[in-house]
Ligand binder design. Sequence first.
Ligand SMILES: Nc1ncnc2c1ncn2[C@@H]1O[C@H](COP(=O)(O)OP(=O)(O)OP(=O)(O)O)[C@@H](O)[C@H]1O
Ligand SMILES: [Mg+2]
Length: 232
Amino acid sequence: MDKDWLVTGKNITFHHQLGKQKIKVLDGLNLKISKGEIICLRGPSGSGKSTLLNILGLIEPFQDGQLTFMGQNFSLISEQQKNKIRRYQLGFIFQDFQLIDVLSARENVEWFLARQGIKDNVRREIALENLAKVGLEDQIDKKPVEMSGGQRQRIAIARALAKKPSFILADEPTASLDQKTGKQIMSILSALKHQSGVSMIIASHDEMVAEYVDRIITLTDGKITDDQLISR
Ligand SMILES: Nc1ncnc2c1ncn2[C@@H]1O[C@H](COP(=O)(O)OP(=O)(O)OP(=O)(O)O)[C@@H](O)[C@H]1O
Ligand SMILES: [Mg+2]
C-alpha cells in the first residue's frame, strides 16, 4: 500500500532534450522512502543525483513513470495541490546555502516564512525557535557575510525546518564546508530526524555523510545500483 510510504517512485524516467538528441538521465528508476528515514544518495558526478532530488522536490517534471507523496499520485493532482505540497511539506537545503546577504539570520528565516504566508506576529517566534534548534540563538542578528560557512548552512537548515516539512531534500549540504563543520551539520540533521521524524534525502559525495544515515542509495548512470540499509 502506497499510504505506508512517504514517497514512492515507479519507473521514473527523465531525459534532457538537446535539439533532436535525447540525453537520458534517469532510466526507469524505482524507489520507496519511509517516514523518518534518512538517506544518503551517492554516485559519480553526472549520475543524476541532483536531477532525482529536483524530481522528488517537484521542481523538475519527469517524462515517464509514477511518483506518489503521502499516497497522492502526482500525475493525478492539480498544479495548485503540487504547490501546496512544495510549500508546506518539502524543505530544501543547498550546497551554496542560498541566503539573502542583506538580511540577518533571523530575517532570512522570517522572510522565508513571510513567503509561506505565515502571519508576521508568529514569524519571529518560529524563526527564533528554529535558529535555536541549530545552535544559532546567539547569532540571530548577524548577516550571512559575518558568519562562517557552517553557521550559514545552519541558517539554511533553520529556514528549511521552519515550515515543519515532512521531507527534507539536501543537495551536497556539506560540500562547501571543512570536514569538522560538515560533521557538525550532519549531527544536527540526524538529531532533527530523531526529534521530529522528518524524512531526508541527502545527495553527497562526502564519505562522512554516510556515517549519519539509515540507508545509502547509489546511483550509476541513472539507475539505482546499490541500496543498503545501515543498522546501528
Ligand atoms: N540542462 C541540461 N541539458 C542537458 N543535460 C543536462 C542538463 N543538466 C544536466 N544535464 C546532464 O544530466 C546528467 C545528470 O546531472 P545531475 O546534475 O543530476 O548529476 P549529479 O549526479 O547531481 O552530478 P554532480 O555529482 O556533479 O552534482 C549529467 O550527465 C548532466 O550533464
Ligand atoms: Mg549534483
